[in-house]
Ligand binder design. Structure first.
Ligand code: FAD
Length: 493
């Protein structure tokens, strides 16, 4: 049996990582300092692409049944609605934003991990590690103070924004802290004349106030408050902001959570050092605008898990793992740029700039393409790996996605307990030869191609690794040969 992968941190990212490795039958240990799950609602947004990946992992149904399905985002100024973004145009079978408290997300992921035979080792902290080149020797400290040495094959730091793993590796966390803080309140709201499944943002010259529905009559409220933290944090402070910036006539009661926070926009340059990886907040932190942080982190985990599983199972070469940092670091940079841009637009203070913002939003959002593009960008359905080192071939002249683009919204063949590539091609003798030569990496049958003149190699996470005209199927064979751990079975070519 191979050495275990040690996953550090049982937040949403560590839980996703450990569950995916367990699904692929990779020995995994998941450790967590805290004695119990968070009971804070924290990240509320689970976007469509994350739901698609949870679906392939076999646990989306529980999420869909538990969360609230938000259908629109309204942008308002006082009592006037300036624009509306509907989520119905998201190119996914999940055409809504799922609103679910992070405490519930963690509960559902934990249950999923337990059904796969996993356990969470709580009150267990990673306090040291050395990468020996053959593995990672880790020191764990248990609740009573006793130490344990673990000989792990790989170490994955999903240990949050203050990551011990990142600091121990000496990796810089480059970026900025925004010069404004925010208040946050999860509270009962009366008098808000909005559909119950609509998110709303109200712009005002003092700043913005946002309402996110959590459950009937209950909302998450977020507002910017400038550089100084509020002298006292109580419901009166939030009510005063809502009265001034909101539509009027809204009253708040029964707060479950009141807090304030600052916003950092930072990321590491590389997510990998030898046998150690970073994922989630340990690698990148964002403004909460757009609700992307947790989603990006969970998608890091989905990206790394199938690659590491193939390597640990001896089915792929270790250099497959280099694509993880290249792909996910680019995505995090885009998310940082987007969420930073949204935050700056929301926080505009200059009178003229605010006027222009209203005019532009009113005009642009009337063009159906604009709100649709924004909804898809937020939903993560446009995430792709155009510059991945795994990409091969091209789809020029073919009707179908290019290398790096998402092939499947829902991944019909991604649900098994082995990470497998799939050929999307007409079933011909040549295609059968490729499948026979790379049986350890490929699903045993091709699926229908989007264009009968082409052949696509689809990754276990549903993105295109390679594309070519049917006659150029050697391109696909070569792409697989570059990934495979052993030389292809010498079938006729
Ligand atoms: C107020 C607020 C609102 C947010 N809203 C959204 C939103 O709407 N949408 C969104 O996508 N994101 C949102 N986020 C961000 C989201 O909460 C984070 O991105 C998410 O929690 C990151 O998950 P993670 O698993 O990477 O890290 P964490 O959730 O921080 O988990 C890390 C875990 O590692 C453990 N740990 C740390 N060090 C060690 C160690 N040495 N040994 C063992 N265990 C260790 C910690 O105890 C912790 O449990 C929000 C955040 C905040 C604060």
């Amino acid at each position: 049996m191979s050495k275990p992968v040690l996953v550090v941190g049982a937040g949403p990212v560590g839980l996703t990582m450990a569950a995916e490795l367990a699904r692929y039958r990779v020995p995994v240990r998941l450790i967590e300092t805290l004695p119990a799950r968070t009971d804070q609602s924290r990240a509320l947004a689970v976007w469509s692409r994350t739901l698609e990946l949870l679906d392939a992992a076999g646990c989306a149904d529980a999420f869909v049944a538990t969360g609230l399905h938000a259908s629109t985002l309204g942008i308002h100024s006082g009592r006037q609605r300036l624009a509306r973004v509907t989520f119905k145009g998201i190119a996914s079978s999940f055409r809504y934003l799922l609103i679910i408290a992070q405490s519930e997300t963690e509960r559902l992921l934990e249950e999923h991990f337990l059904t796969l035979g996993g356990t969470i080792e709580r009150t267990t902290e990673l306090t040291g590690f050395v990468d020996t080149g053959e593995g990672v020797t880790c020191t764990l400290t248990h609740a009573g103070g006793e130490s344990e040495h673990v000989d792990a094959g790989w170490l994955i730091g999903c240990d949050g924004a203050h990551s011990f793993v990142r600091r121990r590796l000496g990796l810089g966390f480059e970026g900025d802290t925004l010069p404004t803080g925010f208040i946050i309140a999860d509270t009962r709201v009366a008098g808000l004349a909005l559909p119950p499944d609509e998110l709303a943002i109200f712009w005002h010259h003092d700043g913005a106030v946002m309402f996110f529905p959590i459950s009937p009559g209950r909302y998450r409220i977020i507002a910017d408050i400038g550089a100084a933290p509020p002298p006292a944090m109580d419901l009166g402070v939030v009510q005063a902001i809502v009265d001034r910036r909101g539509p009027g006539g809204v009253s708040l009661s029964d707060p479950l959570w009141l807090s304030h926070f600052g916003v950092n926009e930072r990321k590491v340059r590389t997510y990998r050092a030898g046998r150690v990886f970073l994922a989630g907040d340990a690698a990148h932190i964002h403004s909460p605008a757009g609700g992307q942080g947790m989603n990006t982190g969970m998608q890091d985990a989905f990206n790394l898990a199938w690659k590491l599983a193939l390597v640990v199972r001896g089915e792929a070469r270790p250099d497959l793992l280099d694509s993880y940092s290249a792909e996910r670091s680019t995505v995090a940079q885009q998310v940082l740029n987007d969420s930073g841009r949204i935050t700056r637009v929301v926080l505009l203070k200059n009178r003229l700039a605010r006027l222009v913002r209203c005019l532009v939003v009113r005009g642009l959002f009337r063009i159906p393409m604009v709100p649709r593009a924004i909804a898809n960008r937020l939903a993560g359905t446009r995430v792709g790996y155009a510059h991945s080192p795994l990409n091969a071939g091209c789809a020029t002249g073919l009707r179908g996605p290019r290398p790096g683009q998402r092939f499947w919204a829902d991944h019909p063949l991604g649900r098994g307990d082995a990470p497998r590539f799939t050929l999307a091609a007409t079933d011909t003798p040549d295609v059968r030869v490729i499948i026979a030569r790379h049986a350890a990496l490929l699903n045993p049958a091709p699926c229908p191609p989007p264009d009968k003149n082409g052949i696509w190699l689809v990754r276990p996470d549903g993105y295109v690794a390679a594309a070519a005209r049917s006659a150029d199927w050697l391109v696909i064979d070569a792409a697989l040969a570059r990934i495979a751990a052993s030389p292809p079975v010498p079938e006729r070519i």
